[in-house]
Ligand binder design. Sequence first.
Ligand SMILES: Cc1cc2nc3c(=O)[nH]c(=O)nc-3n(C[C@H](O)[C@H](O)[C@H](O)COP(=O)(O)OP(=O)(O)OC[C@H]3O[C@@H](n4cnc5c(N)ncnc54)[C@H](O)[C@@H]3O)c2cc1C
Length: 325
Amino acid sequence: MRKRNAIILGAGVSGLTCGVRLLEAGFDVRIAAYLLPPNTTSNVAPAYWYPYKVAPRDSVLGWAAFSYGKFVDLSLIPESGISMSPLLKIFDQEVDEPFWKTAVKSFRRARTDELPEGYVDGFVTEVPRIETPVYMQYLLNRFTESGGVLEKLDSETVSFEEISGDLPLLINCTGLGAAKLCRDGNTFPIRGQIVIVKNMGFRRIISDESGKLAPIYIVPRNEDCVLGGTAEENDWDLSIDPATSEEILNKCIAIEPSLADAEILGHKVGLRPGRTEVRLELEKLPGGRALIHDYGHGGGGFTLSWGCAEEVLTLAEDFVSRNET
Ligand SMILES: Cc1cc2nc3c(=O)[nH]c(=O)nc-3n(C[C@H](O)[C@H](O)[C@H](O)COP(=O)(O)OP(=O)(O)OC[C@H]3O[C@@H](n4cnc5c(N)ncnc54)[C@H](O)[C@@H]3O)c2cc1C
C-alpha cells in the first residue's frame, strides 16, 4: 500500500492552505519553498475576498464560494486575522449584477448618496477581510502544530525531481515561479503597488476596479489602512516607484478626501501570479508518480485558496486510492 505522503512546493497562501487541508485529511506533508512568510507575495496582499483578475469564471465561482464559507468560520477565531467587513464596489457607469453575487451573504445596490462624486453605480456587500501578515502566520502555525514539516530552500528549484525524491505525490503551489519552473508561457506577473497609511478610523473597504483610474482601493485593517493600486500586466519590476505612490494617494483622496491627512507608514510592491486561467490539474509523472498543479490565481489567491485546496485534496485522494489497489 502506498503511504499518504505529499510534498508541496511553495509556502504562499496556496501552498500553506493545501498543506493544512491535506494534513488534516491524514496525509504526511512537507512544504518546501524558497521564500517563506513573511517574504512571499501572499504577505504583500491587503487583502479581501474578491475574485479579481482570475479565470475561468465557473470554476472561480465555485472555489470562491467555498472559500467564503471557510473564511466566515475563521472569522470566529480572533488569532486567524480574518474578520467580516463591509465592501462598497463603485462604478462610473451602470453595471449588471456581478457573477459572484451568489457567493456572498448579503448584497444590494448602493444608494446614490453612498457613492463618491463621479460614480453612478455600486454594490454593497459583506466580505471576509484577510489581515495577511496575521493570517499567513496563523496558517503556518496551524500547519506545523498539526505535524507538517516546513523546509526553507537555499535557492529556487529548477526541476520537480530535485525536491520530490521518490515521493509519489508532489503539489505545485509556486505562483508566479511556475512561469519559469514549468516553462509556462500562460503565466505572467500583474504588478501591484500599494501605500500603507495609518488607519484613521475607516471600517469599510471601497474599491473601483473598472473606472478610468482603476484599480483604486482603500482597505482598512486593524493596525493600518492599505491604499491601492496598480495592476500592470507583464511588469516584473519589484522596486517602489515614488510617482506611482503619489498617484495612488491622489486617486484614493479623490474618493475619500480625509485621507489627505493620513500618515504614511510604508510602500510595497507585489507581483500577482497572473494566468490565462488557474491551473488546477493532475499531471502523471513517470514511475506511477503524480504532480498536482495549483497556481495562477492572479488577484484572487486568498479568495480561491480553500476551494482550490479542497479540489487538490480530491485529486490527491483519487490518486492514492487508485494506487492502493
Ligand atoms: C498588491 C496586491 C493585492 C492583492 N490583493 C488581493 C486580495 O485583496 N485578495 C486576494 O484574494 N488576492 C489578492 N492578491 C493576490 C494574491 O496575493 C495572490 O494571488 C496569492 O498571494 C498567490 O499565492 P500563491 O501561494 O499562489 O503564491 P505566492 O504567495 O507567490 O507563493 C509562492 C511560493 O512558491 C515559492 N516558489 C516559487 N517558485 C519556486 C521555485 N522554483 N522553487 C522553490 N520555491 C518556489 C515561493 O518562494 C513562495 O513560497 C493581491 C496581490 C497583490 C500583489
